[in-house]
Design a protein around this ligand. Structure first.
Ligand SMILES: NC(=O)c1ccc[n+]([C@@H]2O[C@H](COP(=O)([O-])OP(=O)(O)OC[C@H]3O[C@@H](n4cnc5c(N)ncnc54)[C@H](OP(=O)(O)O)[C@@H]3O)[C@@H](O)[C@H]2O)c1
Length: 232
């Protein structure tokens, strides 16, 4: 049985300055059942920096009065860091760049769960959705390349799975989801995609519909925007 989010639910969009983040905010603001849409990004006050844990503590403190949260969508992520795009071959692999990719895409998002977890609703459906990527699937890796981003998304997925198991002990109705949005027009994807990339508004709308269909199983889901499971 899938319990819906409570009427008048509170949503938080993290990375609200990004293409998908903005699109999620717009859809949630238009949802009559959503009482409040809170936002966090590097441009909000307080600001959220994925490589600075203290900023997460400040954000959690600032949001305390708005708790409980029933829906959190973390739409942060980076593919190009310090002007360096994804590696094409082993020769391009660089330790500092790889560690930064892991920090921004995996460790930072997990630390965010650590800090916001006390604010999550209990005794009702609560959803933590994190934008992951199909390229994080080890089984689905047929093309190679993009070492750091792939590894970071695979690490993210493992961290989400582990958190899902722990969080379900106190919140049996909790859903944790690692989401693949499709190829979407954004700053992140712009150097790598053609004109056929999806508008972020469409991807966000489909992802929100998919989130409604996911049951609380005590394990994380790794799904695309149409709800199709992706192998870990
Ligand atoms: N677009 C696609 O085709 C695609 C495909 C698969 C997966 N995804 C995933 O979808 C998510 C959203 O991507 P998008 O396409 O919407 O990209 P985007 O428009 O570039 O948005 C990325 C967001 O992440 C934030 N961010 C990046 N580094 C950060 C840091 N160190 N601290 C705090 N915030 C940081 C950005 O903040 P600023 O605005 O401050 O830079 C922005 O809000 C990512 O996880 C991405 O991996 C996207």
């Amino acid at each position: 049985m899938i319990y819906p989010l409570s009427d008048r639910y509170t949503a938080l969009v993290v990375g609200s300055s990004g293409a998908l983040g903005q699109a999620f905010v717009q859809h949630l603001q238009a949802d009559k059942r959503c009482a409040r849409v809170l936002t966090l990004s590097r441009h909000t006050s307080p600001a959220l920096h994925l490589e600075e844990e203290a900023s997460m503590a400040r954000c959690a403190q600032a949001l305390q009065a708005q708790a409980p949260l029933q829906l959190v969508i973390d739409a942060t992520g980076a593919l190009t860091l310090d002007g360096k795009g994804p590696e094409k071959r082993l020769q391009d692999l660089d330790a500092d760049a790889a560690l930064r990719a892991l920090h921004v895409n995996a460790v930072g998002p997990a630390l965010l769960i650590k800090h916001l977890q006390p604010l999550l609703a209990r005794g009702e459906r609560v959803v933590w959705a994190k934008l992951s990527a199909r390229v994080g699937s080890i089984e689905d890796n047929h093309k190679g390349g993009w070492y750091s981003y792939r590894a970071a998304k695979a690490a993210l997925n493992q961290l989400l799975q582990t958190a899902a198991i722990e969080l379900a002990r106190q919140r049996p109705l909790m859903v944790v989801a690692a989401l693949q949005p499709g190829t979407v027009r954004s700053r992140l994807s712009q150097p790598f995609v053609g004109t056929d990339a999806l508008p972020p508004e469409l991807a966000a709308a489909e992802l929100l519909q998919t989130l409604q269909t996911l049951p609380a199983t005590g394990r994380a889901h790794f799904v695309d925007r149409l709800g199709k499971e992706i192998p870990w």
